[in-house]
Design a protein around this ligand. Structure first.
Ligand SMILES: Nc1ncnc2c1ncn2[C@@H]1O[C@H](COP(=O)(O)OP(=O)(O)O)[C@@H](O)[C@H]1O
Ligand SMILES: [Mg+2]
Length: 232
């Protein structure tokens, strides 16, 4: 896949696969093209060439709500909550493509059992929560759409070490419940703790990929992620 913003190319022959039931990470430094990749999956950015296939079917060019209805959920960069709305209202936004009120109510209950802390905060304004709590709301909101594939943009960014661990545990739990996870991260060592497979993106090119277990001990990961210099 090749992607441009105006004259500037941000992806160069990008190709990757996310196996069903897996946690796959796209690692890379700032401005390497990670968020753009996620936006392409969600139909928010259109690549100049190439396509995204979901369970074998091309979804490139479909409007975002249609992609969401097909089972793609997202936790965007910096969570993007509606700060003036309550936690409950934010969670219900996650079911915006659905009309089945009874099932939505059931899903709200199920998601709140998964994130019990949010039950206590249901009527609180989302903007008043801590960063970690907001990340939980963003994840719970995505689960309200019953995704088969959950895409997450730097889910640990800006969180305290305690919250980072909690969020990684929650992602692993969500995956164990059968949700495929595609996650973009700058923090390679954290992401590799829970990922099954990872790709390393450097200025729009995938320069390395492999099972997370192998990459964890690969010195090139450290270089790719700290320095931004060429990975040999
Ligand atoms: N809407 C946009 N218009 C123009 N350039 C953009 C836009 N969004 C991102 N870019 C540029 O594309 C490159 C990749 O951005 P992005 O995918 O956000 O990278 P990352 O998430 O890895 O930091 C960056 O150089 C960024 O400045
Ligand atoms: Mg980004």
């Amino acid at each position: 896949m090749n992607t441009f913003y105006g004259p500037v190319q941000v992806h160069f022959d990008l190709a990757f696969a996310v196996g069903r039931g897996r946690i796959v990470c796209l690692l890379g430094g700032n401005a390497s093209g990670k968020s753009t990749t996620m936006k392409i999956i969600l139909g928010l950015v259109k690549p100049a060439s190439g396509s995204v296939r979901l369970a074998g079917e091309a979804i490139t060019g479909m409007p975002t709500p249609q992609i969401v209805r097909r089972g793609v959920g997202s936790v965007p960069e910096a969570r993007r909550l509606f700060g003036d709305m309550s936690v409950r209202e934010n969670l219900l936004m996650g079911a915006f493509t659905r009309k089945d009120q009874r099932a939505i109510a059931e899903d709200l209950d199920r998601v709140l059992s998964q994130f019990p802390k949010l039950r206590e905060r249901l009527l609180q304004r989302a903007g008043t929560l801590s960063g970690g709590e907001q990340q939980m709301v963003a994840m719970a909101r995505a689960l309200m759409g019953r995704p088969k594939l959950l895409c997450m943009d730097e889910p640990t960014m800006g969180l305290s070490p305690l919250w980072v661990d909690r969020v990684l545990d929650l992602i692993a739990d969500i995956n164990r419940d059968g949700v495929t996870v595609f996650m973009v991260e700058q923090n390679a060592s954290l992401a590799l703790e829970i990922a099954h497979h990872a790709y390393v993106l450097q200025t729009g090119r995938i320069v390395l990929d492999g099972p997370a277990a192998d990459l964890r001990s690969d010195p090139r990961i450290r270089d790719a992620y700290l320095g931004g210099q060429e990975v040999a």
